[in-house]
Design a binder for this molecule. Structure first.
Ligand SMILES: Cc1ncc(COP(=O)(O)O)c(C=O)c1O
Length: 374
């Protein structure tokens, strides 16, 4: 049974405030690169493509050179295994093609709402798999996942590095998850939008689409977070399953048909300058994390801070007297600082998201400090 899509809480919240408020303490992206900065990093080949660009329709699957560059991120994948699209569109297409009404899926929770809402609106039963806070950070319990699998389960949705907690499992934990999925014949949709933002490179997980002994993995990634280029609206789905790729291509004719020609070439430049861009973003995150740690050390009774292992967001417990919604509203009203409460992630517990990727983070957190000490 098809039901209508409910509002995307987080996106509606951003729509209300993102361009009205000067200080955003909760965005998930990194400080956006300017056109000038990106062009200055461009290699001669992509610069030539840029100068000669024709603004016609583009190849539906994506610019071949861009798909080729993306496939280099994934050992054993080729350009044919990559579909270029908008990240959010990737979720929409996947959730409309990998599942049928009456199926069951399991999703990491809390999660970016479209990762479960699109399936739910199509009559698919969704069971959340909770990332839980512990003394030593965030954790997922694989036994809980095993218990949630039923005869109707078709899909497992994961997202590492995780939005909103910054949780990143170890490689052996991910291997155990994929082995369980393989045993039960599940397809795994892995949202890897924050991949490359691991705080130490040894922690980087292999992409699920290229996992050696699990063929049914799908990776979603893109340039909005780790590459600081959300305005390009470029991402991709990658899989070795050619039948699945055909279904996606057919579906894309009903969404965007093809990607924006300028964005594809700019995306090519960005991928080729990956190390430079990622290092820049990690440096911003690292310095903001130090500012956050200093701030939280000053107010131990008000906040439960768990440092993320990766990504540009953290999920902070609010221990104050009033509800977290009232706290966020009061900070917005009095200091002009936007904070996203956990309820935007369908969470009743008292948390808010902290975005560590923007350059004016230190100023924004100082305004929050002013609010608390006044
Ligand atoms: C985990 C996750 N997946 C997908 C997306 C969608 O990315 P985009 O907004 O670039 O379409 C986001 C955006 O916040 C996200 O956090």
């Amino acid at each position: 049974m098809m039901t209508s899509l409910p509002p995307f809480k987080l996106e509606r919240f951003f729509a209300q405030y993102e361009f009205q408020v000067k200080y955003l303490l909760s965005p998930s992206d990194c400080e956006a690169l300017s056109m000038r900065e990106l062009l200055a990093m461009a290699d001669p080949d992509s610069l030539r493509l840029w100068e000669q660009l024709s603004l016609g329709y583009t190849e539906s699957q994506g610019l071949p050179a861009l798909r080729d560059e993306v496939s280099r991120l994934y050992p054993s994948l080729q350009a044919e295994d990559v579909l270029i699209l908008t990240p959010e569109e990737g979720i929409f297409i996947a959730m409309n093609t990998l599942l049928e009404p009456g199926d069951h899926m399991i999703t990491i929770s809390p999660a970016y709402q479209s990762l479960y809402e699109i399936a739910r609106s199509r009559g698919i039963e969704v069971t959340p798999w909770q990332v839980r806070p512990t003394e030593s950070g965030w954790r997922l319990d694989i036994d809980e996942l095993a218990r949630a699998i039923t005869a109707r389960t078709r899909l497992l949705v994961i997202n590492f590095p995780h939005n909103p907690t910054g949780y990143l499992p170890s490689k052996s934990e991910l291997a155990a998850i994929l082995a369980l999925a393989a045993r039960h014949g599940l397809c795994v949709f892995s949202d890897e939008m924050y991949r490359f933002l691991e705080y130490s490179p040894q922690q980087r997980l292999p992409a699920v689409c290229a996992w050696p002994d699990y063929e049914r993995g799908i990776s979603l990634s893109g340039l909005s977070k780790s590459f600081a280029l959300p305005g390009l609206r470029i991402g991709w789905l990658a899989t070795r399953d050619r039948q699945v790729m055909q279904k996606w291509l057919m579906f894309k004719d009903y969404t965007t048909i093809c990607s924006s020609a300028p964005s594809e070439v700019l995306a090519l430049m960005a991928l080729r300058a990956r190390d430079q861009i990622v290092q820049r973003n990690l440096a911003i995150i690292q310095s903001n994390t130090l500012a956050a740690e200093r701030f939280f050390a000053e107010f131990p009774g008000l906040f439960g801070w768990r440092k993320p292992n990766a990504g540009s967001v953290a999920f902070v417990e609010w221990l104050g007297q009033e509800t977290v919604e009232l706290f966020c509203q009061a900070v917005l009203d009095t200091k002009g600082v936007m904070i996203v409460p956990g309820s935007m992630f369908d969470l009743t517990a008292s948390y808010f998201r902290l975005g560590l990727g923007r350059r004016n983070f230190p100023e924004a957190i100082m305004r929050l400090r002013d609010y608390l000490i006044e």
